[in-house]
Design a protein around this ligand. Structure first.
Ligand code: CMP
Length: 140
């Protein structure tokens, strides 16, 4: 099915100046950018976005990292976009990520892991709505 998913290029990858290289991977895989914004998240924005992880031991470090610099946030559209984006990203821990994936090529650690991508249709809709008004998305 034609899907939309939320993608974030995290502060480590923005600092490495690889936004364009990561966008090229999305585009070569047939994913279209249908909305995008660069933003330096506030603490409350980062905490709200990752609220499902609030009780996890890594929550504090994750929030600190996500507010350490600007991020690039985009909505990607395509056939099976949610799974396709997760294939392009590779495993959460870059040490376990397959060769040629974004995390294998650009990530340094499980926290500084270059990108985020929604993991399911329900999370994709809540995550897209968290950062974008309907009027900011290209019409389908
Ligand atoms: P992300 O896909 O953005 O979702 C939550 C983030 O928490 C994850 O990527 C990792 O960067 C970070 N994280 C840190 N430690 C862990 C862990 N043990 N398991 C899952 N995610 C972790």
């Amino acid at each position: 099915a034609l899907e939309r998913t939320l993608s974030i290029i995290k502060p480590d990858a923005v600092a490495k100046n690889v936004i364009g290289e990561i966008y090229a991977r999305f585009e070569k895989a047939g994913l279209k950018v249908v909305a995008a914004k660069m933003k330096h998240l506030s603490r409350s924005e980062a905490e709200g976005f990752y609220a499902v992880h609030r009780e996890r031991p890594f929550f504090g470090a994750l929030v600190e990292f996500m507010i350490s610099g600007p991020v690039m946030i985009q909505v990607l559209e395509g056939e099976g976009a949610i799974a396709k984006n997760r294939e392009l990203m590779g495993a959460t821990n870059p040490k376990e990520a397959d060769a040629g994936t974004i995390r294998a090529d650009f990530a340094d650690s499980i926290d500084a892991n270059a990108v985020h991508g929604s993991d399911a249709p329900e999370t994709a809709s809540t995550e897209i709505a968290y950062f974008f008004a309907t009027t900011e998305l290209c019409p389908r």
